[in-house]
Ligand binder design. Structure first.
Ligand code: PLP
Length: 843
């Protein structure tokens, strides 16, 4: 029956136990073992039963038991200690407080946040990354708040029918029984097409970070509007558009409503990009700026992170939908719909083409990045069309490689070991501290791995029993699944086709031989969900299930159902090898391999994403990629065969190379190298520090400059740009005088001069800069590496409107040299990347 009205019942604790509620309501417990130990103490059995959820635990213990705990002096002392710990964590001085920083506050927008399995508001990597970003920011004291949506049904729960076909369940979540608090007396409204959507706001505390989640499931809305936040990535295109309007535009309003003063905005993938539109209309209406001026303000305070090179992963909305939802907004901004459409288009696209959220992301951000070095490069190629004149290497898209929040993912044993051997706060330690991993006893490392493997086996058996109960199959064999001594290979991620979960199935005989080897067997554990609309992904799951249902191999080849953070953690901690075989370069970064590495698993992966930049032969294995092969089937077959070769010739022999009784010393040597070299680089603390130093702080400085004196600089900047665009075509390179280097052999180290005469037209020569690029030539006659130096202008023009620029350089290396000359706008503001104007003139 539908409830007439709903209300919140929170567990009633005796006053003396009230710190427990405080501890449960701050998600800091999700990465703090001591707090978890405290809750386990309350009722170890219930704690397991309720999947380690403190709020559910407190709601389910009897009053009698609580009373007896409040009379237990040991418990009370421990509770008080944990509670004091949390308070000192919340008030501690950390990395950020020791910086003299221009950054005052940053709002981080994301469509999903994966913080804990007890707050299931995530589907995969993007959400987990967002959760880790918040946690690491909390640890380092960065002034950040999160903004997202509260989905009434979260993402779906997965189960497989008798045929192995994925089925989806959508249990309704009850925010009142989760670690979120309603912000009292605040309802925001967002114009959405012909309607107004209302939303309440939930706040989750993630350590020191406040995360605001908008929720439309309130009575002020009609049914349609209520359902806007029904499911994560559910519904059709229009539903998605409404969600994104709520997230972006509603998110900005929510920050105002809860009185968070936001200095800069960071949008995690394009889904939240409409935040820029809300800010544009605000600026135009409240500060009487015109569209171009407001655009400069928004750009100077927005950061955009792109997350996928897969075109299907980018949202696109047709012009009809954009008109339906944004025509009023256009009126408020005094622009027409085509001007809006251009924000989501490449210069050569017609107004009628679909609006691309990633393109808008770049256009509304002053700084943007991909999520690994390789992905940065791929993104520069992919989005070069936004700046057609700029060379691909100069496209203003940088990269910051994703990291993982160590304390959330390391097993307790690994965390203890690192705490003892590295430093107590190992998640923030520098490389030199990590070197002490090499002093750890092999036995100690092996014990950590053994414990992880045992736990994984136990989890898998329980999972299989539960799944079989669900479809009423007798689970006679679940207890025989997996062997805690066998080389264990993990593979868990979304079942997207480019990730190729079924690559090993391409040669079932070869695979079977490895699984069933009498003396050196392997076992494989898979997990993952396919998007409900992705039948190719579902078919991959079905094939894995079909293969695993062979009674002769089902004990060595399993798929764990209903993948979530808890299952992921058990897999990272229990695997010896983490397998990753996407089609390069489609995996933007990938973080599961980082989490596995932290737990002493060795990576065997295609050189994609993070592995491409961090791989070394002593740290793991690189599966060769045949990405130049035209035929996809052939390519898959070649890569599968290489993977089998690595397994047979390298991985399996090394794992089973044992002295009698002893652990595999060659294997453990590799674990140590992997831990101490990857450790400091894969940490989310490294990642968020990079964001602060390379993006947040420069953006904060730029925004402070642009917004001072009622946006005076923004107005200047807009004028300056308009002037540039208007007159740029008048620029010409009149002539170049390179007699000093022409057709002559140049002596090593000799200083040579190049001059260029540039027609500046009606432009002020102060508005342009001329650069000389030079360096040795490679076989393709490309300058590599390139040195860039400024050319100096003679004070007086040589002829009318023609100025002479000159520069002197010396060749420090023997061989062929070359040079080139280019004209760019002058840098206008500190940290302003002039490539971003798209204006350039080559000689
Ligand atoms: C880490 C993680 C992911 C992302 O893994 P990728 O390697 O980036 O695909 C997805 N889901 C869960 C639960 C995770 O913990």
């Amino acid at each position: 029956m539908k409830a007439l009205q709903s209300f919140t019942v929170r567990a009633k604790l005796p006053d003396s136990l009230s710190p427990l509620l405080e501890l449960a309501m701050n998600l800091h417990w999700a990465w703090n073992e001591k707090t978890q130990a405290l809750f386990r103490w309350i009722d170890p059995q219930l704690w397991e039963q309720l999947n380690h959820d403190p709020i559910a635990l407190l709601a389910n213990v009897s009053t009698k038991h609580l009373d007896s705990l409040s009379n237990d002096a040991d418990f009370m002392a421990f509770m008080s200690e944990v509670s004091t710990d949390l308070n000192s964590y919340l008030n501690s001085t950390s990395w950020f407080q020791n910086r003299n920083s221009a950054l005052v506050s940053v709002a981080y927008f994301s469509p999903e946040f994966g913080i804990s399995e007890a707050l299931p508001q995530y589907s995969g990597g993007l959400g987990i990354l967002a959760g880790d970003h918040l946690k690491a920011s909390s640890d380092l004291g960065i002034p950040l708040v999160g903004v997202g949506l509260f989905y009434q049904q979260g993402y779906f729960r997965q189960w497989l029918d008798n045929q192995g076909w994925q089925q989806e369940n959508y249990p309704t979540l009850e925010p009142a029984s989760m670690a979120v608090r309603k912000v009292p007396n605040v309802i925001i409204d967002v114009e959405c097409g012909q309607k107004t959507i209302y939303a309440q706001i939930w706040r989750a505390d993630v350590g020191r970070i406040r995360l605001y989640l908008l929720d439309t499931n309130i009575e002020q809305n009609d049914l349609e509007c209520r359902s806007v936040t029904d499911r994560l990535y559910g519904g059709g295109t229009e539903h998605r558009l409404r969600q994104e309007i709520l997230l972006g535009m509603g998110g900005v309003k929510a920050l105002q409503a809860v009185e968070e003063k936001t200095q800069i905005f960071h949008t995690n993938e394009g889904h939240a990009g409409f935040l820029g539109l809300e800010r544009l209309s605000d600026l135009i209406q409240d500060h009487s700026l015109n569209f171009d001026q407001a655009l400069e303000v928004v750009r100077s305070s927005t950061i955009f992170t792109t997350h996928t090179p897969v075109p299907a992963g980018i949202d696109r909305f047709g012009k009809d939908l954009m008109e339906k939802y944004f025509s009023n907004w256009c009126k408020r901004c005094n622009i027409d719909i085509n001007q809006l459409m251009q924000l989501g288009h490449l210069p050569n696209e017609s107004d009628e083409q679909a609006f691309n959220m990633a393109v808008m992301g770049f256009r509304l951000a002053g700084m943007s990045n991909g999520v690994s070095k390789l992905h940065g490069k791929i993104s520069r190629e992919m989005f070069q069309g936004i700046w057609p004149e700029i060379a691909v290497d100069d496209i203003p898209i940088g990269s910051i490689t994703n990291g993982i929040h160590g304390p959330s993912w390391a097993s307790q044993e690994m965390s203890d070991l690192l705490g003892r051997k590295v430093i107590p706060s190992w998640a923030q330690a520098n490389q030199d501290r990590w070197e002490s991993i090499n002093e750890i006893d092999d036995d100690e490392i092996w014990r950590v791995k053994d414990q992880g493997r045992h736990r994984l086996v136990k989890m898998v058996r329980q999972n299989i029993k539960k799944s079989q109960d669900l479809i009423c199959e007798p689970s006679t064999w679940a207890e025989e699944v997996l062997d805690p001594k066998v080389l264990t290979i993990g593979f868990a991620r979304r079942f997207a086709s480019y990730k190729r979960a079924t690559l090993l199935l391409s040669d079932p005989q070869r695979l079977k031989a490895l699984l069933l080897s009498p003396d050196r067997p392997i076992q494989l554990v898979f997990a993952g969900k396919a998007h409900p609309a992705d039948n190719i992904g579902k078919e991959m799951i079905r094939q894995l299930i079909e293969f695993s249902s062979d009674p002769s191999i089902r004990h060595r080849f399993v798929l764990v159902q209903d993948y979530d953070i808890a299952i992921a953690r058990a897999l990272y901690q229990g695997s010896d090898v983490w397998l990753n075989n996407p089609r390069r370069p489609l995996e933007a970064c990938g973080t599961s391999g980082e989490k596995a590495a932290l737990n002493g698993a060795l990576n065997c992966s295609i050189l994609d994403g993070w592995w491409d930049e961090m791989y070394r032969p002593d740290l793991g294995w690189a599966i060769p990629s045949f990405e130049n092969s035209q035929d996809l089937d052939q390519r898959d077959a070649k890569e599968a065969s290489s993977l089998f070769d690595i397994l047979e010739n390298e991985i399996i022999p090394l794992f089973y190379d044992r002295s009698p009784q002893g652990p595999p010393s060659g294997w453990i040597k590799k674990i140590k190298s992997s831990l101490c070299n990857l450790g400091p680089n894969i940490m989310a603390s490294r990642m968020v520090k990079d964001y602060v130093v390379k993006m947040y702080e420069p953006t904060a400085i730029r925004y402070n400059e642009v917004s001072s004196r009622d946006f005076e600089k923004a107005k200047e900047l807009a004028n300056w740009k308009q002037n540039l665009y208007k007159h740029w075509s008048e620029l010409k390179v009149d002539s170049i005088d390179s007699t000093d280097v022409e057709d002559k052999e140049v002596e090593l180290g000799a200083k040579k001069t190049v001059r260029a005469n540039i027609v500046v037209g009606s432009m002020d020569p102060k508005d342009i800069q001329v650069q000389l690029l030079f360096g040795p030539l490679d076989q393709d006659r490309q300058i590599k590496p390139i040195s860039t130096i400024p050319m100096t202008r003679q004070s007086e023009p040589t002829k009318e409107n023609i100025y002479t620029y000159s520069a002197q350089f010396s060749c420090e290396q023997a061989g062929n040299y070359g040079f080139n000359i280019r004209v760019l706008p002058s840098p206008y503001l500190q940290s302003y990347n002039v490539m971003d104007t798209g204006l350039i003139l080559w000689a």
